[in-house]
Design a protein around this ligand. Structure first.
Ligand SMILES: Nc1ncnc2c1ncn2[C@@H]1O[C@H](COP(=O)(O)OP(=O)(O)OP(=O)(O)O)[C@@H](O)[C@H]1O
Length: 303
């Protein structure tokens, strides 16, 4: 059973500009954790805003939990949970007041659905009298998630929930999402962080309003079409410049302390490349064949 069905939706904000969302189609099964992965400006927020009925598509159609995003906007608004990218809580209200406010707006009480938020809420409860505006990024994010969950939505939309959040809180947040998924909630989450893609059941890689690939994280990386190499040397800048000039190079880019590179010949002559790099004045050269990550796959698709 599909929780979300998107068929050929497009959106433009001005006729002079390129489409913000360009003929996008995908579907999300009930209980799935689905990721929209892409850089700033890829169109993720626009897709979320259309699916949560805050923006009308120019073309195409979509449904959420069986409701049409245009005709049935009222049902969708009361059925889904939405955590927008920008902090959307009331800064002058305390943690407790924000939560009560969202429960009341949706005609429920905190007590009624406390079991859904308990694991998350107990982490911020000691600060329940503190105003939202005075919370850390990780605490704001937990409160926003509690507020999005308090009316027991069947489908949860989370727009870049971990942007600007420290790595420990990011990991905790994804553990919370796993637990919510176990309770049967469908989760659609967007992120610019490639490492988070691996935590989704399926991902859609999106760039300039277009979906480049939709699959499980495993299949996205398995589909990497060539051999990939990680190359290290004493000077990264000179290494990248030298790789640019290597005759068989297809693509190369910095990836942490290594450069990742692909080559046109099936099997790279490592000794030849090593000599070439040494001739360019590099030392401490290391070359190894590696499996592709989601980020490598994304870079490949962009080329
Ligand atoms: N209200 C708006 N008016 C004009 N252009 C807009 C508006 N909202 C978004 N855009 C443009 O539409 C494109 C897609 O933006 P969108 O916010 O959907 O992307 P995103 O992937 O969510 O990125 P970000 O994380 O930066 O919000 C961008 O080029 C953006 O500049």
């Amino acid at each position: 059973m599909e929780a979300v069905i998107v068929k050929n939706i497009s959106k433009t904000y001005s006729t002079e500009k390129a489409l913000a969302v360009d003929n996008v189609s995908f579907s999300v099964s009930k209980g799935e954790l689905f990721g929209l992965i892409g850089p700033d400006g890829a169109g993720k927020t626009s897709i979320f805003r259309m699916l949560t009925t805050l923006l009308l598509p120019d073309e195409g159609s979509a449904s959420v939990d069986g409701f049409d995003i245009v005709k049935d906007f009222k049902q969708i608004r009361s059925a889904v949970g939405y955590m927008p990218g920008k902090f959307s809580l009331y800064q002058d209200l305390t943690i407790e007041e924000n939560l009560n406010f969202f429960a009341t707006v949706f005609g429920t009480t905190v007590e009624e659905n406390y079991h859904l938020i308990k694991d998350i809420y107990i982490q911020i409860e000691p600060f329940k009298k503190r105003r939202a505006g005075k919370l850390s990024g990780g605490m704001k994010q937990k409160l926003a998630l509690c507020c999005a969950l308090i009316h027991k939505p069947a489908t949860l939309f989370l727009d870049e929930p971990t942007t600007g959040v420290d790595p420990v809180s990011r990991r905790e947040f994804w553990e919370m999402l796993r637990r919510l998924k176990e309770q049967g909630i469908t989760i659609i989450v967007s992120t610019p962080y490639m490492d988070e893609a691996a935590l989704c059941d399926r991902v859609a890689l999106i760039q300039s309003g277009k979906i480049l690939s939709i699959d499980t994280p495993e299949n996205v990386t398995k589909a990497y079409p060539t051999k990939l190499y990680a190359i290290k040397a004493n000077e990264m800048y000179r290494l990248l410049k030298s790789l640019d000039n290597y005759p068989d190079r297809l693509n190369s880019y910095a990836f942490g302390e290594y450069a990742h590179a692909t080559f046109s010949n099936k099997t790279l002559d490592e000794a030849h490349l090593k000599r070439f790099l040494a001739d360019q004045g590099l030392s401490g050269i290391e070359i190894k064949s590696i499996p592709a990550t989601i980020e490598d796959s994304f870079i490949k698709l962009l080329n």
